[in-house]
Design a binder for this molecule. Structure first.
Ligand code: ARG
Length: 453
């Protein structure tokens, strides 16, 4: 018998069905079902024989899925119903006992939580690998100067190691966000039933331990309503993708002929269909271009959950495509960042030449005047005057005559020219976290410790 007098409309089925995308949850769904069946028998809710039939049938289903022989049917609304249908076809009506003391509401929440935990852990490993590549590059280019930019205008010189290590800290925060998302998914929803709990003396802690959850969701209403852990993972992905977009952007700029700071490996670039001379940094551009898509997935799930009454609503089925696309996109971007950096060749001469523009030492000259007792604001004005004279006459600051120096301030004389020696601009940045080599070496030790931890 069915509650319904007519079949579902085709368009409703198309709208309502999630099997096309949630079938990738089959490993989690099978793990949950095995743990559930085992617990049901342990509590005497089904017999040991029934459990054995269920586990045997689930093993066959797993084989079919693994070998891509499993036939999803048009009437399978989602992965949960497809697996139960097939299980019952394989082992007979005992298959129908698997859903005792369970609802698809706590089942799907459990599957998605397992998926989030596994995926966050995998992404975290990828992030760690990328951090390792950046640390190795920083070691290799410890003392290679390049201009640091603000507003994409040359600002102050730094070492490439220092710049690359900035990404290591960004990525370490991404790892922390991914770890937080993992923790948030680490409470078992299963056992909540549809929303109120179940009419059987189940053992949720046994299922939690079996599936590797740290504990159980303490409230059945919350358990089936909650997708916060998906939001947390999406936020972690969004921020990480945003970080990669900044790296991508810098690789685009640095690999341009105008900059020429880095050459990307051919295997990470593509040609133009019309201009034979081109070598385009498409992968780096796509690190920029993909990030907003990941951010949008996080925003979209906020939209789905916004003002949604407790508990389960079908709207929540919309969590999956956002989740899947976000984590897949980020995994791809991490692999691309990794591959591009592995094959990147930095041009130390080009970078050093750009960093040797002595206008970039303007702050250092101002600071030198501070040591001669001039208030910083006045120094700023004095050096601005010098910069103007230099720029207007097409010279560097170091090329100004003694008389031109003196004209701006009585505190300026020939001795200030030492400031224009390149390494002194960098090595004077001795403050903790600064670019002076001893400080970068300190940072490298800290960064290395992050990797070893
Ligand atoms: N496919 C559904 C989802 O992804 C599974 C839960 C369905 N529950 C229900 N009461 N209709 O959310």
């Amino acid at each position: 018998m069915s509650r319904f007098a007519e079949p579902q409309a085709a368009a409703f089925q198309a709208l309502n069905s999630s099997v096309a995308f949630d079938q990738r949850l089959w490993p989690q769904d099978l793990a949950g079902s095995r743990a559930h069946a085992t617990m049901l028998a342990a509590r005497g809710i089904i017999t040991d024989d029934e459990r054995d039939s269920l586990l045997h049938g689930l093993a066959t289903v797993e084989e079919e899925l693994r070998e891509k022989r499993f036939a999803f049917l048009p009437d399978d609304e989602d992965v949960h119903m497809a697996i139960e249908r097939r299980l019952t076809a394989l082992i007979g009506s005992v298959g129908g006992k698997l859903h005792t003391a369970r609802s698809r509401n706590d089942q799907v929440a459990t599957d998605v939580a397992l998926f989030c935990k596994e995926t966050a852990t995998r992404l975290c490993a990828q992030v760690t690998e990328l951090m390792g590549t950046l640390v190795a590059l920083a070691e290799a280019h410890l003392d290679a100067p390049l201009p640091g930019y603000t507003h994409l205008q040359r600002a102050q010189p730094i070492y490439l190691s220092h710049h690359l290590l900035a990404y290591v800290w960004m990525l370490d925060r991404d790892r922390q966000r991914l770890a937080f998302a993992t923790q948030q998914a680490d409470r078992l929803p299963l056992g909540a039933g549809a929303l109120a709990g179940v009419n059987f003396d189940t053992d949720r802690r046994m299922v939690a331990a079996d599936l590797g959850f740290a504990g159980v969701m303490p409230n059945s209403v919350d358990a089936v309503s909650n997708r916060d852990f998906v939001l947390d993972l999406l936020h972690a992905c969004a921020t990480c993708a945003t970080h990669l977009s900044r790296l991508g952007s810098e690789l685009v700029i640095w690999s341009s002929q105008e900059f020429g700071f880095v050459t990307l490996a051919d295997r990470w670039t593509s040609g133009s269909s019309i201009m034979p001379q081109k070598k385009n940094p498409d992968a780096a551009e796509l690190l920029r271009g993909k990030a907003p898509r990941v951010v949008a997935h996080a925003a979209a799930l906020h939209g789905v959950l916004h003002a949604l009454p407790l508990t389960y609503n079908k709207d929540m089925q919309e969590d999956k495509e956002h989740l899947f696309d976000a984590v897949d996109t980020l995994a791809l971007c991490l692999a691309a960042a990794q591959g591009m950096l592995d094959g990147a060749r930095f041009d130390r001469e080009r970078m050093a030449a750009a960093a040797s523009d002595d206008l970039i030492a303007a702050t250092d000259l101002a600071d030198l005047l501070v040591t001669r007792g001039v208030p910083f604001r006045e120094c700023h004005g004095i050096v601005a005057g010098l910069v103007r004279t230099a720029v207007e006459s097409g010279r560097g600051l170091g090329e100004l005559s003694d008389a031109e120096l003196r004209a701006q301030s009585e505190h300026l004389d020939a001795s200030v020219r030492t400031v224009f020696e390149q390494s002194s601009w960098l090595e004077s940045k001795r403050s903790e976290g600064g670019t002076a080599l001893p400080r970068v070496r300190e940072q490298l030790v800290l960064a290395q410790a992050l990797l070893d931890a």
